[in-house]
Design a protein around this ligand. Structure first.
Ligand SMILES: Nc1nc2c(ncn2[C@@H]2O[C@H](COP(=O)(O)OP(=O)(O)OP(=O)(O)O)[C@@H](O)[C@H]2O)c(=O)[nH]1
Length: 398
């Protein structure tokens, strides 16, 4: 079968343009960095399609136009794709370096194409630019090295390696092989292989990019599903997942783990007075006060409407009672202004610690809850430990 450079290039043009559309359409609604990066990658494919288009239509273009225009489009597409990948991975964009590689690459190709024509140096220059861009991709993909990369990262790493192998092989052919064509558009075995394999690369790149985009969206959703949308602290699902981990960790390190259940007192009256929106503002202010008293390593979560839990590793019962008291007094002394009216909020707190070899996190939370209700029964605005009996609770100061 006779192959034509024009036909191969035209197929690559159409394929890359379709991939650009597919990637553009494959985003989920809503503004996010991941979505913007996918759009940028789609735009890069559109520019790459135009680059393939110049090669397909080389018979209608002047050699200078083909040389400068085609290479400019390819280098722009590559720079855009590097930035899009780094954006998606949350890596520093390094756009100045990416821009410099593109501009120097293009000037070099122009120099060895028009000023001092030398095809082999021209290809070498372009190959170095491609390799540097691929190295930037590899650097972004392997940052925070792990032995087991995700499937998406592996596909993209494979794509980068393939791209580098291809340009090294082509340069090798031009310098040391017997087949030495004078332009990419000239029919030759090297050019047929080069164009066929380069034409397939956008497919690999888009599959890898879409896999990575999906992976990152899933990670975002995983996090979102575990955050309370009103206060920004962890929600019940997250606490239910974290509790057993914290308990196992405490058992392993023979460390105590304190659990504090915190509930706003008479919150219904806050809602009655300021409306639900005002109540929401008060809840957020309460969370800010509680957070201010905690250590970095403490975990704060919302487990009910106006009920919160604190998990504090390395805190024994007396430390937990002191922490509870600190939270109680901080909330009590924080003056809140809602709709121009002053409000004094108090909280009741139930405290317990995880016993050695205890494994049932629900039982621990239940114990902290029981202590909380003992605090409510005893008149609210107080800290009660699960180990206290009713007489001790009754003597607690408000
Ligand atoms: N503004 C607002 N209110 C909420 C939210 N979740 C629950 N609440 C309200 O919190 C109030 C809780 O009322 P109760 O369970 O009777 O408790 P309380 O009035 O705080 O009384 P005690 O807990 O016994 O001191 C209800 O009025 C709920 O509507 C929320 O996300 N925002």
């Amino acid at each position: 079968m006779a192959l034509h450079i024009e036909t191969l290039s035209l197929i690559s043009t159409v394929q890359t343009a379709v991939l650009a559309l597919m990637l553009w359409a494959g985003t989920h609604p809503g503004a996010s960095v991941a979505r913007n990066s996918l759009h940028l990658r789609a735009a890069a494919f559109a520019v790459e399609a135009a680059g393939w288009g110049t090669l397909a239509a080389h018979a209608y273009l002047s050699p200078t136009m083909l040389l400068l225009g085609g290479n400019a489009l390819n280098l722009i597409a590559m720079a855009m794709s590097v930035i899009a990948l780094r954006m998606l991975l949350g890596e520093p964009l390094r756009w100045r370096l990416v821009l410099a590689i593109g501009v120097i690459g293009w000037l070099g190709v122009g120099w060895f194409g028009l000023v001092h024509p030398d095809y082999r140096y021209r290809v070498l220059w372009g190959s170095v630019a491609i390799t540097l861009n691929m190295l930037l991709n590899v650097e972004a993909l392997t940052s925070g090295f792990r032995w087991h990369f995700s499937r998406a990262r592996n596909v993209l790493l494979l794509f980068c390696v393939m791209a580098v192998v291809l340009v090294v092989w082509r340069s090798g052919q031009l310098w040391f092989g017997s087949d030495q064509p004078l332009a990419t558009s000239v029919p030759s075995a090297t050019n047929f292989i080069y164009i066929s394999l380069s034409g397939m690369q956008p497919l690999f790149a888009s599959i890898g990019f879409l896999l990575l985009y999906n992976e990152i969206l899933q990670q975002e959703l995983h996090l979102l599903a575990r955050i309370d949308s009103l206060t920004g602290v962890k929600n019940r699902l997250a606490i239910n997942e974290i509790m057993p981990r914290k308990m196992a960790q405490s058992a392993r390190w023979q460390q105590s783990l304190a659990v504090l259940m915190i509930d706003a007192d008479h919150f219904k009256s806050v809602n009655d007075r300021f409306g639900h929106a005002g109540g929401d503002v008060v809840l957020c202010a309460m969370v800010a006060s509680i957070r201010a008293t905690l250590r970095e390593t403490d975990v704060l979560g919302r487990v009910g409407g106006e009920e919160f839990v604190v998990l504090s590793s390395g805190t024994d019962l007396s430390g937990a009672l002191r922490l509870g008291e600190r939270i109680r007094t901080t909330v009590e002394s924080t003056s809140l202004l809602v709709d121009g009216q002053a409000l004094r909020l108090t909280v009741s707190i139930g405290v317990t610690t995880v016993m050695p070899a205890e494994q049932d996190s629900a039982a621990v939370l239940h114990r902290a809850d029981q202590a909380l209700y003992a605090a409510k029964r005893a008149g609210r605005n107080r800290v009660v430990s699960a180990s206290m009996d009713d007489d001790q609770v009754a003597t607690l100061p408000a």
